[in-house]
Design a protein around this ligand. Sequence first.
Ligand SMILES: NC(=O)c1ccc[n+]([C@@H]2O[C@H](COP(=O)([O-])OP(=O)(O)OC[C@H]3O[C@@H](n4cnc5c(N)ncnc54)[C@H](OP(=O)(O)O)[C@@H]3O)[C@@H](O)[C@H]2O)c1
Length: 284
Amino acid sequence: MSDEHFEPPAGPALVTGATSGLGTAVAWALAERGWTVLVHGRDARRTDAVVAELRAAGHRAHPYLADLASLRECAELAQRVAADHPSLELVVNNAGVGFGADQRRRELSADGYELRLAVNYLAPVVLTRMLRAPLRAAGRAQVLNIGSVGQSPLPLDDPQFTHGYSGSEAYTRSKFALAAFTFATAEQYGRDGIQVNVCHPATYMDTAMTHDSGITPWTSVDEGVGAVLTAVRAGQRGRTGLFFNGTSTARAHSRAYDKGFQQRLADLTSNLLSRVEGVEAAVW
Ligand SMILES: NC(=O)c1ccc[n+]([C@@H]2O[C@H](COP(=O)([O-])OP(=O)(O)OC[C@H]3O[C@@H](n4cnc5c(N)ncnc54)[C@H](OP(=O)(O)O)[C@@H]3O)[C@@H](O)[C@H]2O)c1
């Protein structure tokens, strides 16, 4: 894990999906480096347990509950975080759904959207958009999206994957959309001093997601934490619009940089968000 220098935190850090795997380890790594960590989870008991363990070790941590498969709950989470913390330095959009145990099983979110698209892409869009004001207020802030090297272009004529479904393809489509969103948002948020990057932590880490897919892990969670810390440090230094593959910068899928595609994705996303009551349609 990296021990290089970090700037003193300019505000708290929200880590989504902090009750398991990479998210828990990142919450600890940030707390150990001085951040107050806003621990997000979807299960009250497990979220409180992570917070209690962090506090017992002398760190500052607060629990936040939301099922990110509901866009209304995403919006409410952002509202609670913004109300409690008018200044926020870091959002790690880490929560995610993997390939699944049964690759042919197409699941839907509470809003009726394909589940991986909803949790891995639409939830980070809503959180990022709705936390823009507290991020701007911190003076120096960043969003780090936890993506993947596995990226395949999202077909804009069938974003809900209604034909020929596969869990792994749904996953790589959602991570492709997250990468395209990252690059577009980096431009939009640059004027507010907010850096936005995307990171592939490590390949097949030893986490529930990997095990649930029936894959024998290749790497440790610590390796993923090292990549996340490298990206956070780069964000603190003002670097933005980057894709990190582990601890190195790399090229994401070429179409994720295509401005025409980014605009069409933003239009589609805005349309999907607008159909859910209580959620703003704005993408940035
Ligand atoms: N594992 C890898 O090798 C690998 C490689 C590349 C990228 N990634 C990315 O790394 C991130 C972390 O994954 P991981 O490997 O640490 O897997 P993990 O242990 O399965 O963690 C996934 C986290 O997302 C949360 N989550 C899933 N659905 C949610 C929902 N509807 N609402 C709220 N939270 C939800 C889970 O909550 P619960 O704790 O309640 O289950 C869990 O905390 C993901 O974005 C993943 O795509 C992982």
